[in-house]
Design a protein around this ligand. Structure first.
Ligand SMILES: Cc1ncc(COP(=O)(O)O)c(C=O)c1O
Length: 392
């Protein structure tokens, strides 16, 4: 039975299309079918052992109470140091807000900056929850169609073309989900200047930082624009999805408002996770994470050309995250006329679960599918073989 009396905002938030794929995958697995999961947006690796041990030690030491709303001072300091060692950028620990995942950071930013009926500019395709956070705070998300010609990213030209009196902020992600493309220092500089000229806010989601390939430079926007808002997380590079821990970097004058909002919206991020994350920046953890990064790079290097042999159109080499966003137009026909139908077909006939483009926006969504290489090399090879046998 449908729940009654729902607020309009909750009705406007759609479930992910991939949930349909997941539900079917579970059903097939129950029937004994072997499913290769390439729809999952989280690392297949366990959280590094030093982090787990620090979490257990914290629990044993009775660290089970609330922390300050902005986060454990030691962790805020450790994150500030990370900007110094990783990017040679000085950030005061006062500017770090520890949040329940990047999701908590996105909620804070949208809640603090986006007025009712005002707009945030986003790339389409992009991370699906962004538009829903905007809706949740009664703002509006304006998706801007981006393609291979802009490396699937917003550009300064997009800002100039689409910004109007109702626009308040622009949000980009680099490396991006679902395309894995990276904004160069020049592109970030141009975006920052264009947004500044409009007196708007620049929000950069750096959640996939650390997972980049080919030695590409992935500057933090803070090395260019200290007034930008940065979203980040322990979920992806640090392999801590289930610990629900992320952070936000804000210009110093926004610290009090973030403190107030964090106190009211979630009191604080999980305490044991914050203690555990103190071990995330240890040398032995970082060495392990670097090995994992190399594994992701090897997977990308073998999967990318293999997908090409299936007739998928791969216009841009992803240089970060763990996704390949592929144009599947050539594989579509009357039986499976769009990416959702094709995804179902791959699942039912080949036992390979992927995500249809519809989850990431509207622009050409029916002609794109996303592969996540969050499963081991052998399974990736098998997935490609299985799709091959379909003879599309
Ligand atoms: C671009 C992007 N931002 C934010 C998130 C939220 O991550 P979390 O809340 O686990 O830190 C995700 C998760 O997939 C993502 O892909």
């Amino acid at each position: 039975m449908l729940a009654s009396g729902l607020a309009q905002r909750s009705k406007d938030i759609d479930p992910f299309y991939v949930m349909d794929i997941l539900a079917q995958a579970k059903k097939l697995e129950k029937q004994g079918q072997d499913i290769i999961h390439m729809e999952v947006g989280e690392p297949d690796f366990e959280t590094p052992q030093p982090i787990i041990e620090a979490g257990i030690a914290a629990l044993k030491a009775g660290k089970t109470h609330y922390t300050p709303a902005l986060g454990l001072p030691e962790l805020r300091e450790a994150i500030a140091n990370w900007y110094q060692t990783q990017y040679q950028v000085t950030v005061s620990p006062n500017r770090i807000v520890v949040t329940p995942g990047a999701s908590g950071a996105l909620l804070l930013v949208m809640g603090a900056l986006l007025e009712r009926d005002k707009k945030v500019l986003l790339a389409d395709p992009g991370y699906p929850c962004n538009r829903n956070f905007a809706r949740f705070v009664e703002g509006k998300a304006q998706g801007i169609a981006v393609g291979a010609n802009s490396n699937y990213q917003l550009t300064a030209e997009h800002i100039n073309e689409h910004w109007d009196d109702d626009t308040q902020l622009a949000l980009v992600a680099s490396p991006s989900n679902p395309t894995g493309t990276v904004l160069s220092r020049q592109q970030l500089t141009d975006l920052s200047a264009a947004i500044k000229a409009k007196h708007g806010h620049f929000v950069v989601d750096e959640i996939y930082h650390g997972l980049s390939y080919d030695g590409i430079d992935t500057p933090t926007v803070l090395s260019i624009d200290q007034n930008a808002f940065v979203i980040n997380s322990f979920s992806k590079f640090f392999g801590m999805t289930g610990w629900r821990l992320g952070w936000l970097v804000v210009p110093e004058q926004y610290e009090p408002v973030m403190d107030r909002l964090a106190q009211n919206l979630f009191l604080a991020a999980p305490t044991m996770s914050q203690y555990a994350a103190l071990a995330a920046f240890n040398n032995n953890t970082l060495e392990l994470l670097e090995q994992r990064r190399q594994v992701f790079e090897q997977r990308r290097d073998s999967l990318f050309p293999a997908l090409d042999t299936l007739g998928l159109d791969l216009t841009t080499t992803p240089q970060g995250a763990f996704y390949i966003y592929a144009n599947c137009s050539k594989l579509l026909n009357e039986q499976y006329p769009n990416s959702m139908a094709l995804s179902r077909y791959f699942l039912q006939q080949a036992g390979v679960a992927i995500t249809p483009g519809n989850d990431f926006g509207r622009y050409q969504a029916e002609q794109y599918i996303r592969f996540a290489y969050t499963t081991n090399q052998q399974r990736l090879v098998e997935a490609v073989e299985r799709i091959h046998t379909l003879g599309l």
